[in-house]
Design a protein around this ligand. Structure first.
Ligand code: HEM
Length: 88
């Protein structure tokens, strides 16, 4: 906690796609959901579908009303940057 926020690329995000090290991007924010996994009301496998990727679409499809910013405030890693695949 209290660390400075990172600018996270899709490539960096993609590295964190296991249950022992899971990040997800939602609406531009990147969260470390490793410790939240067991608390997700929709279950671990469902949440893991968004691990390592921009899970905004998945999130919006299931529960756009959920206040993830509050729930995951302590899990915030930084902001997702880029989106220009041609740069990589
Ligand atoms: C349910 C939080 C991401 C799939 C829920 C609920 C919460 C929650 C609070 C209970 C909602 C309710 O009962 O009204 C979050 C947070 C996420 C996240 C904070 C951000 C990282 C995802 C993703 C998926 C997903 C990426 C993948 C599809 C589901 C499903 C349910 C659920 C299937 C059960 C819906 C139901 O049975 O009513 N989640 N979720 N969630 N979530 Fe998530």
């Amino acid at each position: 906690t209290g660390g400075k926020l990172l600018k996270v690329t899709k490539e960096e995000l993609a590295k964190h796609n296991s249950e022992k090290d899971a990040w997800i991007a939602v609406r531009g924010n990147v969260y470390n959901i490793t410790r939240y996994l067991d608390f997700h009301p929709g279950g671990v496998p469902e949440l893991m579908r968004g691990a390592g990727i921009d899970g905004t679409e998945l999130f919006n499809k299931v529960h756009p009303w959920v206040n993830f910013e509050s729930l995951l405030a302590k899990c915030l890693v930084g902001r997702l940057v880029g989106g220009n695949d041609f740069l990589t």
